[in-house]
Write a protein that binds this ligand. Sequence first.
Ligand code: IPE
Ligand code: MG
Length: 220
Amino acid sequence: MDGNGRWAKSRGLPRTAGHKKGADSLRTVLNACRDAGVQYLTIYAFSSENWKRPSDEISDLMQLLNHYLEKELDTLHENNVRLRFIGDLGQLDKDIRASIGEAMEKTARNTAFNLTVALSYGSRQEIVRAVRRIVEKGVAAQNITEETLAEALDTADLPEPDLLIRTGGEQRLSNFLLWQAAYTEFYFTPVLWPDFNTKHFTEALQDYAKRERRYGTTGE
Ligand code: IPE
Ligand code: MG
């Protein structure tokens, strides 16, 4: 969900205004997913590297998240949405951790849609945490398979993503789902996240529908 800052700057507004508008785009995309029959959406809300931003922007973002959770949790729950959070959640403030825990617990038995929020998330850090877990369990080297690692990641109970959309014009992964995106189709758009709407989302899905996923085979 990239481009909030630029969206705000081009209007002479503080960056936070872009983040606020971005929250509206998230509501739009969530509805568009459900209309299109998409069952899993994982959003990159705050990266491990975002901790390097000025502290007032970080606290604005965390407040916005808390606010969003407070405001939307009941609706998400009524819509049978299961909420998950992935990332190094231990780095977050106690109150945010509490709201996150509550949201995950409350929605744990929901089945219609899976919304996962990557928060304080970095894929390299996630892989390191996974390796530590495996070592701590004392798994013998010869017993380590791709499944062992996949099951030790934060995304253990999620399918691998089919499509990854990055808004805001940058064409890179920025430490998002490095392991999980091995066969994911990428879609980059210059549209800034606060401007991203149902039409843009549909265009991305239509583009994805034209792709041929060969997974390394000749496709015959
Ligand atoms: C993405 O927008 C939102 C977060 C990283 C939380 P940016 O804040 O990165 O916006 P730009 O890239 O500066 O426009
Ligand atoms: Mg950015």
